[in-house]
Design a protein around this ligand. Sequence first.
Ligand SMILES: Nc1nc2c(c(=O)[nH]1)N[C@H]1C(S)=C(S)[C@@H](COP(=O)(O)OP(=O)(O)OC[C@H]3O[C@@H](n4cnc5c(N)ncnc54)[C@H](O)[C@@H]3O)O[C@H]1N2
Ligand code: MOO
Length: 415
Amino acid sequence: MSAKPSCDEFDPNNLRVDQALEQIQHSITPVQETLTLPLMQAHNHILAEAIRSPLNVPPYKNSAMDGYALRGADLGDNEITLDLIGTAFAGNPFDGEVQGGQCVRIMTGAKLPDGADTVIMQEHASVDSERITFGSGHTPGQNVRHAGEDIAVEDVVLQKGQRLQAAEIGLLASLGVPEVTVARKLKVAFFSTGDELRPVGEVLEEGQIYDSNRYTLYGMLKELDVEILDLGVIRDVPEAIEAAFEQAADQADAVITSGGVSVGEADYVKTTLDKLGEVSFWKIAMKPGKPLAFGRVKNAWFFGLPGNPVSVMATFYQFALPALRQLMGETAGPPLTFQVPCSERLKKRPGRTDFQRGILQRDEQGNLTVSAAGMQASHILSGMSRANCFIILPLEADNIEPGSLVEVQPFRGLM
Ligand SMILES: Nc1nc2c(c(=O)[nH]1)N[C@H]1C(S)=C(S)[C@@H](COP(=O)(O)OP(=O)(O)OC[C@H]3O[C@@H](n4cnc5c(N)ncnc54)[C@H](O)[C@@H]3O)O[C@H]1N2
Ligand code: MOO
């Protein structure tokens, strides 16, 4: 691993990660167009309106157990024996009223018969034909699910800006809501530039590498569920680059490129951006991902991510992802982070916030720990694949000693 000169680490012109995030956040306003979709098609869309419940959930008082419904007032300190007068099934209620001294056989989810307010599970009953005996120790009101105890009519069940995932579309279905108004999907265009890049499928010549950034970008955008416009690898000639930017910006809400944002090299990209838009070239005090371009190209937002394969992913996750979420109207909180002890020494120099690639796992005692996912240079894409989290080390931090608490940001939740 080659060390970078430490004089580079504390550059007063570098923006801090939080400053860059704030500037991006202040610039972006969400797309306004909406559409109304049936529930299943609305999956993974962003809700454009708050949803109020048209129903009580549960809609009626019902039993939480298979057993017997009775009047709580019949319960006492001693065992009781009641007359069985009928059965209540889920979907087929008992049509009558339970009086003192009576009970009704009831199934889980069945509507509680009029007069009854208590259910005793069948394991606590002894049955002698039409006479049912219950021991002591039961409480009036037990094992009853009340109307509206989950959701009451007119409660706001989902907020504008929420992503409709499995639980949300299930919840809407449980309320009988057949369709919802959602934000239209974002269109995001991307392409790669660089004379060394060859598309997968071609034979590499000396000095050439395969274009992998378009694939990582594709994967990350796919997970976000946007419409993707892949413009391929663009040759390093001004006309081709300008045409690619024009096409991307005309068709998409956002344009993402990788490479060519560091010092000097990508003159065509910079001159084209000067002509077509307003783009700032930032240096961010983070590692990897120092160079980053952000702004407008025609009517599209532009993210020029650094070319190194890990830098692309780190800057996409830390900047482009929250920005695209904001653009699609999603009100997502900041990503989950928490502290765990690291199991080994982590190399770090003060001056930039590190987003090291880590492996979060349980040790033999069952305690969560994190270790580095191998080499940390920004071209080591295999480390990103081995990792399951970023280890976020603060700007001022120096080397981290084993056992120290460090902040981790898992790549994914349950799915
Ligand atoms: N003198 C300096 N040199 C560099 C600096 C600096 O501040 N001063 N910053 C370094 C850092 S940090 C990064 S990150 C890179 C970023 O440079 P660019 O964004 O201009 O990216 P490129 O030079 O075009 O490429 C960097 C690297 O990534 C490879 N690459 C590019 N595109 C792809 C792709 N689509 N698929 C796979 N790999 C790709 C490219 O071949 C280079 O190896 O600059 C440092 N240099
Ligand atoms: O920031 Mo660069 O992304 O360190 O390689």
